[in-house]
Design a protein around this ligand. Sequence first.
Ligand code: PGA
Length: 255
Amino acid sequence: MAMQAHPVPEVRVLDAAENAVPLLLGELREVVARNARPLVSFATGGTFAAFFRSLDAELRSGHIDGAGFVGTHLDEYIAFEPNRRGGMVHELTLRCPALRDMLARGSFLPVPCHGAEGSLRAHEERLARAGGIKLQFLGIGRNGHVAFNEPGASFEAGFHVTELAETTRADAAPTFVPDEPPRRAVTSGIRTILDADRVVLCAFGRGKAEAVKAMLQADVSHSCPASALRSHPNALVLLDPEAASSLDAAADVAN
Ligand code: PGA
């Protein structure tokens, strides 16, 4: 199912964004079936909202066993504790309250939000002790960022503190009205993301089309941090037709 010119990562263009939900749940089921309590890292953006609604239902019904994996996530605004409105964990647990239960049980590992160097290294050690990230879900910013690795970010970094790009702040602004969106965040680094055994990136909508093209079809470059994924041996990119609309060649279509 790979695009001919770019065999890595695998790219699938779905008829509609909602068709990604069963595929994403399938990815999770598979990693849980294959590993003893694997570490699964979630992306917290709006792209995954429908997935989280379904995941919540699956966890509550027991169709997916919440005790069968350990959860974590990519990034957090500076000083946004898990219960602070607008923060990544807060948004995530609004969409998927079952993950709040995992957080309370200690089986969801929140990114340390104050950015102290020691806390970031300790977080990386916790992830390593949990076996390393077996499955990493990922979105992409319209400027090509992954997590909060903005254009120019190092491909070698682990968790670190970063300044948010203006497009990123503008996209986040509605969540924070009447306040200003945050300026700084703790983010997983590209090296950490590439270390995951499996990466599944989703991009939906026309606003992501240029970033998707830069990720898949321009040179691998720091100007598009997502292009670093091209060196990952086990990555899947799920697109809707709008997000795929700037690609040069038609990718395979899956329903
Ligand atoms: P979104 O964010 O899912 O809210 O579009 C993706 C991202 O910025 O990485």
